[in-house]
Design a protein around this ligand. Sequence first.
Ligand SMILES: [Zn+2]
Ligand SMILES: [Zn+2]
Length: 289
Amino acid sequence: MKRTGVFYHETCSENAYDMLLMSVKEGFQALEKENFLSQPNIPLFESEPASEELILSVHTKDMLESVRRSGYYEASLYSVGGMVQATEKVLTNEIDNAFVFVGVGGHHASRTSYWGGCFLNPMAIAITKVRESLGVKRFAIVDTDTHHADGTRAIFKDDGNILHICFCGGYFWNFRNTTQSKTKVCLSHVNSDEEFIEKLKEEIPPRIKEFKPELLYWVCGLDTHKDSYGTRMITERCYPKLAQIIKETADEFSNGKLVVETYSNAPAHVTEYVNPRIVDCLAELGKFQ
Ligand SMILES: [Zn+2]
Ligand SMILES: [Zn+2]
């Protein structure tokens, strides 16, 4: 079994951007209901707020002030904090992998602007922090949300030590931060569970193998679900299978180091089904196998 840290703070559900991230609380409670959080190999960490200084390592002062006035500053601080803690604990081997609840998105936040339920970019801030504190340089980000991760792409567009792959289907390619290169890849949308699983299997392991990241991030967007606001027709049964492929890839090519950022951007019945199964996979409990 692996040690899987779960990172959560109640402000991430109570003050969530719930127009999009509508089921953070139910997704967390689903783990409690399965008694996963009393398993010795699944420690629960309360996310801490990120400092202003840390935020300014990625975002401009103007942007920080704007986020402060947005009504989602608290949820943003704790979302960033959870991602930073998770990244540090995985890289220092306190845990093997991590499942992080956020109350706001992240991938539409660049250094200077934000939209789409994203206010700060937790992943970019976490990467900046551990590059400085731990000297870890190379990261791969697999983003299976249905939208193009324009903010993350903009931040890392000239950074060859970040492999950024998103399954955005070309959505927004034409007018927002669409740089593509060997390490910046956008892949087409899929129309069924089978196609999603096949495509992930085909595209992800070889790219991660070649790139050799020190840690793999998975942005687990659920707006590809047929009952969410995206336009895809994926069912809840698909995501645990994606998790399996991503975890095996991390086990093989990034020394098992994997941090999952879960967006909870689907109705409650989806997160309630998906979250326990992803954590089951990460922690190798075998309850749902
Ligand atoms: Zn999205
Ligand atoms: Zn994209």
